[in-house]
Design a protein around this ligand. Structure first.
Ligand code: PLP
Length: 437
């Protein structure tokens, strides 16, 4: 075998501990690289005193943690261009806070009814059950929160979240996130999962974790045995670059897939890491090959300290243009901008609809071939009064009881008189109110 730098790091750890420890996730956590100094010691990379000082200022603000496994993926000879290095190692540009940057761009705190829960969408919640990770992504949208000491919530605090979910019957989907939920012990996670799954109206539980990417050995047989008990569990992971798909990470996702757990992937579009159609396409094809369905591709958020990672939105559209039609439909993630202020994820797509007339639409495909689709001469649906029981379509559920239409859906429906959506503080409508009053 060629003696690459990669092996040198691994050997260092092998010498320091018993050989079998490399695949022990607790060992990996105990030996996570948490200082610039340790990084220098292990890699042989040396920073100047000025550089080191700035890096240390950065890690004071935003903590660093790199598992030995993830560190071993870095190409030391070319570390400055290495996608793993860029995602894991601090950069002094994280201290540049721009005018538009926000500490909580997604207003997760403002939309939080009880500690740990973000309730943004009608039927699902985000439940933060950990503030720690084995590896701190430099591009983390929750940079403000992660790495706090003592930040796995106590049972008491978790119970408050579970109570909120129990009290709100419209919640049918609970997304466990953090930090990384797999930083919890197997037993604690099992306790949380069983608490949530005992709620009758919860139909789906999801876990968002980066462990298969940064610490694949966390996916142990005993963890999988616990997860396997929950038949409505989905897992989303976070691969950003083909380089992260290794023998170990493939094994980790295979274990989950073989336990029958559907797997998705959420990538973040990152400047100089994966902002290239070929890289994302290759990544997504490799994920599908490993039974992981690309779910979202995120535009990088406006969180503080992420400026150097952001791309234009046009780059994201270009990537999707390079994928739809060119490769399998289920290789293509949905490209989304998570709207600042808590607007939620908004999909952004290339335009395929070129024009339309009263009964024809003109479309273009990925090759640029322009086609028409003739719509039916007449198409009438019966009047919808939101009463499914008496509808000729066979769907005997009375949604009226618990579903109010929202937003554009409301403008389109026939049973609600609303015909405009007016932004708050619109001066013209304010004047109207004043005139009326
Ligand atoms: C992303 C997110 C969800 C889940 O959204 P999906 O589009 O259903 O995956 C739920 N709540 C919050 C606050 C989110 O940010």
């Amino acid at each position: 075998m060629v003696k690459t730098e990669k092996n040198r790091i691994r050997e260092y750890f092998y010498q320091k501990s018993m050989k079998s420890n490399w695949k022990d996730w607790a060992w990996q956590l105990r030996h996570a690289i948490r200082t610039v100094e340790k990084f220098e010691e292990l890699t042989g990379i040396v920073f100047s005193d000025d550089e080191r000082k700035l890096l240390e200022m950065t890690t004071e603000r935003f903590p660093v943690s790199i598992t030995p496994y993830y560190l071993s993926l870095i190409d030391i000879d070319n570390y400055k261009n290495d996608p793993v290095f860029k995602q894991a190692f601090p950069d002094k540009r994280e201290l540049e806070i721009l005018k538009n940057d926000m500490s909580d761009p997604l207003s997760e705190d403002a939309d939080s009814p009880v500690e740990g829960i973000t309730h943004r969408y009608p039927d699902r919640v985000l439940f933060h059950i950990s503030n720690i990770c084995s590896m701190y992504c430099r591009h983390c949208t929750r940079k403000r929160k992660v790495g706090d000491i003592d930040s796995i919530p106590e049972r008491e605090s978790i119970l408050k979240g579970i109570e909120y979910i129990r009290d709100n019957k419209q919640i049918r989907d609970v997304l466990l996130s953090g930090g990384d939920p797999f930083m919890l012990s197997d037993n604690y996670l099992d306790w949380i999962l069983s608490g949530i799954s005992s709620i009758e109206h919860v139909e789906v539980i999801r876990i968002g974790t980066r462990m298969p990417v940064v610490l694949p050995f966390r996916i142990t047989d005993s963890l999988v045995a616990i997860l396997k008990k929950y038949k409505n569990l989905w897992i989303n992971t976070h691969f950003n670059h083909p380089k992260e798909i290794t023998e170990a990470s493939r094994e980790a996702v295979a274990k989950l897939a073989e336990a029958g757990i559907p797997l998705g992937n959420q990538s973040v579009l990152l400047r100089d890491v994966n902002d290239c159609p070929r890289i994302i396409k290759k990544l997504c094809q490799m994920l599908v090959k490993n039974r992981v369905r690309p779910y979202y591709l995120y535009q990088c958020d406006l969180s503080e300290g992420l400026n150097h990672f952001r791309t234009s939105v046009g780059k994201g559209v270009e990537i999707i243009e390079n994928m739809i039609g060119h490769t399998s439909g289920f290789c293509v993630p949905t490209y989304v901008v998570d709207a600042p202020g808590g607007g939620g994820k908004i999909p952004v797509l290339p335009n395929y609809l070129i024009s339309w007339s009263s009964n024809k639409i003109v479309l273009r495909n990925y090759e640029g071939v322009i086609s028409t689709y003739s719509e039916p001469r007449s198409y009438h649906t019966s009047y919808c009064d939101n009463n499914c029981r008496d509808c000729r379509l066979d769907f005997s559920e009375n949604w009226k009881k618990h579903m109010d239409s929202v937003g554009i859906e409301r403008l389109l429906c026939e049973y609600d008189k609303a015909n405009t959506l007016i932004p708050g503080n619109n001066p013209r409508f304010k004047r109207r109110e004043e005139n009326d009053g």
